[in-house]
Design a protein around this ligand. Structure first.
Ligand code: GUN
Length: 283
């Protein structure tokens, strides 16, 4: 049976480390503050934002909430981001996505000062990652690297197959695995012989957004499987992109859903907020 990679435990360890560090920063007179903007009242976004604020409170990060009405204009939202960019007491700015269709998401992401873009979505941070420079890294893929490292799984020299090419997960994931000296293949909806390509993987990152898409024909003995998906199954239970029951009979390690990748995303967001504040010390 496969080793279950415990994201809940590993994320708790990271949050404890961050809590200690935030305490130390406070002794130096440095506080940490995250501004969270939510447009409208999508229930899923409200839950995500609530979880982020809870994590902030636990670690000792101040969170400031800005709840804007569904019909807010692009100008008003950009105005608020501009104010937060100029506010030296704010270290990180996060606009919860998706935003309503009448708003221009790309322009919103570009409006956030790259030094406060704790989501790592700004083109300057994305570019920094691809040329190996310092910058904020998208939280889910950064969390996956931590899951692997803290589980003692070596990336260097391994065949890494990433399925999914989103800007938030697939592409930054590929860059991070490359930075760790993995041999990286990125697959997507037009990839031919997907299961055959996936069976080459020592490390398989499944991020296609389809419930239980990956069965035992996509893995080989010894593969480490990272399941990025989260879905509510017909049975009412949460499941990922991977058919865990079938796959875990073959592979050496797998992340469960829930309790695998999910908790790591928030832990890495907290890490990015602390990193933003650390930079104040060195500047
Ligand atoms: N919506 C779903 N995931 C995310 C995320 O990581 N950051 C933001 N800002 N919005 C999201």
């Amino acid at each position: 049976m496969a080793l279950l990679i415990d994201g809940k435990k590993i994320s708790s360890e990271i949050k404890e480390e961050l809590k200690t560090e935030v305490g130390r920063l406070k002794e130096e007179g440095i506080s940490v503050c995250l501004a969270v903007i939510q447009v409208g009242d999508d229930p899923a976004s409200t839950v995500y934002v609530g979880n982020k604020k809870k994590a902030c409170a636990y670690i000792g990060i101040e969170s400031r909430s800005y709840r804007l009405p569904e019909e807010v204009s692009q100008e008003e939202l950009l105005g608020l981001i501009g104010d937060l960019n100029r506010d030296d007491s704010v270290d990180g700015i996060l606009v919860q996505l998706p935003v309503p269709a009448h708003l221009n998401e790309k322009e919103i992401i570009r409006a956030i000062a790259p030094g406060k873009d704790v989501d790592g979505f700004h083109p300057e941070n994305v570019g920094a990652l691809s040329i190996g420079e310092e910058g904020f890294v998208s939280c889910t893929p950064a969390g996956i690297i931590q899951l692997l490292k803290r589980s003692g799984i070596t990336i260097e020299g391994k065949e890494c197959v990433v399925v999914g090419r989103s800007n938030i997960v697939g592409k930054p994931m590929a860059m991070l695995l490359l930075k760790e000296n993995g041999t990286v293949t990125v697959c997507h909806s037009r990839t031919r012989n997907l299961s055959q390509v996936c069976r080459r993987a020592d490390i398989l990152v499944a991020a296609v957004g389809k419930p239980r898409f990956f069965d035992d024909s996509y893995v080989k003995e010894g593969t480490v499987v990272i399941d990025v998906g989260i879905h509510r199954g017909e049975d009412g239970k949460l499941c990922g992109d991977v058919d865990t029951e079938k796959v875990s009979r073959i592979v050496s390690a797998i992340t469960p859903v829930p309790g695998g990748v999910g908790p790591m995303t928030i832990a890495m967001l907290m890490n990015n907020c602390v990193e933003a504040a650390r930079r104040k010390r060195s500047s």
